[in-house]
Write a protein that binds this ligand. Structure first.
Ligand SMILES: [Zn+2]
Length: 249
């Protein structure tokens, strides 16, 4: 029962993240215009706004003009629901559970905005920063919370340095500002050492994708955010295994 509840809460958040991730990059308000069909502008009624269920009832098409709705809605709702469920299954109600929800939310938002618009929004990072600080303080103490901020600042500065080096070597912009700000959050969650491990891991995951994109599309712009957040997720979920690995480094 509680698993189902987690899935439903996740799906609702997923549907909200989709709105945030597609509207804010286009400088649109979150409340106006109301959710509508992109083809006929028909404003959606309440029963057309229920995550997953509406999509299935409407069989994936607009009630008014019968054009196909983007399958992305359904995918992001399902994915967020599944992630929230996994977080609960893995951690139960605990500090790790709330942090894993933050990471899952960032996964969804960064996948939506970075693949589509090559940006990572500031607002989710600021909200994550505040929540992590509060959670650290509540579950541990104030000094732990402040220490997390110091780890974040060190991670941020390290990324700035790496970007500077990259720009000098490759003579072009090597890292986006959003990637650098994102690593502040990774540093807060994982600490400095594991932030570095996460950075290395993400370049390994990103490499095949980057090679394929450049070869196929002749496009040298590859978003890095989705890989940074995926590797944060992996390390957080399999922390013991990575800790064991880190003894050898
Ligand atoms: Zn329509």
């Amino acid at each position: 029962m509680i698993y189902l509840l987690m899935f439903i809460i996740g799906a609702i958040f997923g549907s909200f993240f989709f709105v945030v991730g597609t509207r804010i990059p286009n400088n649109q308000s979150l409340i106006r215009p109301r959710s509508h069909c992109t083809y006929c502008k028909h404003v959606l009624k309440w029963y057309e706004l229920i995550p997953i269920i509406s999509f299935l009832i409407l069989r994936g098409e607009c009630h008014q003009c019968h054009k196909k709705l983007s399958i992305k809605y359904l995918l992001y709702e399902l994915l967020t629901g599944t992630l929230f469920l996994i977080c609960y299954w893995k951690f139960g109600i605990s500090y790790n559970f709330f942090i894993s929800l933050i990471i899952s939310s960032l996964i969804i938002l960064i996948f939506i905005t970075d693949f589509q618009y090559m940006i990572i929004l500031d607002s989710p990072l600021v909200i994550s920063f505040i929540l992590i600080f509060i959670l650290k303080w509540y579950y541990y103490d104030l000094s732990e919370a402040l220490f997390a901020i110091i780890s974040g600042i060190l991670s941020f500065l390290t990324m700035l340095l790496i970007r500077q080096l990259g720009n000098t070597i490759f003579k072009k912009e090597s890292l986006g500002g959003g990637d650098i700000k994102f690593m502040f959050i990774t540093g807060m969650i994982l600490g400095y050492k594991f932030m570095m491990i996460s950075l290395v891991l993400s370049t390994f995951i990103a490499l095949p994708y980057a090679v394929a994109t450049i070869a196929l599309k002749k496009d040298s712009e590859v978003p890095f955010g989705p890989f940074l957040v995926s590797s944060l997720f992996l390390i957080f979920f399999f922390y013991e295994k990575f800790q064991y690995l880190s003894y050898f480094i």
